[in-house]
Design a protein around this ligand. Structure first.
Ligand SMILES: [Zn+2]
Length: 277
């Protein structure tokens, strides 16, 4: 039996896989703000899901950048209580089995690349636009080799621009395009914003970021996930494509732009894939 998890800034999803091919009905809970409370909750859910059966290995993601050895979270505005806490070590002790930890967006990207909108493509650029921006480059069904992970939300698109909600530095993509950026600017949740001009502006800034991602990562498809891409009101993929057609002319064609398909459980599909490697 294998354990799969996805620790998001708001929700945590856990599931077990019996054969390594698919997984049972996931358990979805609010992510505790406190690390120790989180571990206690994990322990309880793991015992419920496994029914006491031996877990052979576990894999999953957590929202934020990890340390070099991928053992703990080093930064995160939403999960500040989890920063620098020995997540991998503690969970391994509970399950008494090896555990593979990754950045959550990278794991969802892996799921989308193998089972979702990027299926069959060699090089997938996955970008999620929700509270913040995350993403990863997936090559041949694996998260591309990296030292510190991928952080496309913190690329500079306007050095004189708005401050980044996560780093507090000027001009990062996440400072222009994200749920937090919109809330800071308009004092409303993104789903409450029905002014088409706001979404048009978001599409344009996102296209600047994707322009950079595409010229650096050279993907065959860009999979766009996250509530600001998949829900309405939100950013229109067609408008992003329109702006990209004007900014990106160095390549003979634009990569395909596709909406993520796996919804809430993309990270669990990705975790399953992570276990195979
Ligand atoms: Zn930043």
């Amino acid at each position: 039996m294998f354990l799969l998890f996805d620790i998001g800034g708001t929700k945590t999803r856990l599931a077990v896989s019996r054969g390594g091919k698919n997984f049972d009905e996931p358990k979805i809970v609010a992510t505790p703000r406190d690390f120790n409370a989180g571990i206690l909750l994990f322990e309880k859910i793991i015992s419920e899901l496994s029914g006491g059966e031996k877990i052979e290995a576990a894999a999953g993601g957590i929202a934020g950048p990890l340390d070099r050895g991928k053992t703990k979270l080093i930064n995160s505005p939403n999960l500040s209580g989890w920063i620098d806490k020995p997540l991998k070590e503690t969970l391994q002790k509970i399950i008494k089995a090896p555990l593979y930890l990754e950045n959550d967006a990278a794991v969802v990207g892996l799921g989308e690349a193998v089972n979702g909108a990027g299926k069959g493509e060699e090089i997938v650029a996955y970008i999620t636009v929700s509270t913040g921006i995350g993403g990863a480059r997936i090559v041949d069904g694996k998260i591309d080799r990296n030292i510190f992970g991928f952080e496309p939300g913190h690329q500079i698109i306007d050095p004189t621009g708005t401050l980044c909600p996560m780093c507090g530095l000027a001009g990062h993509l996440e400072g222009h395009v994200s749920g937090v950026a919109l809330e800071t600017r308009y004092h409303k949740k993104p789903y409450e914003i029905d002014d088409p001009d706001v979404w048009e502006e978001e599409a344009k800034w996102l296209a600047y970021g994707l322009n950079n991602t595409i010229v650096h990562w050279s993907p065959s498809v860009v999979v766009l996930g996250g509530s600001m891409m998949t829900k309405s009101p939100g950013i229109s993929i067609e408008r992003v494509r329109y702006y990209l057609e004007h900014t990106l002319s160095i390549f003979s064609e634009l990569p395909r732009l596709a909406k993520a398909e796996l919804g809430d459980v993309g990270g669990l599909y990705g975790a399953l894939q992570l276990l195979k490697h």
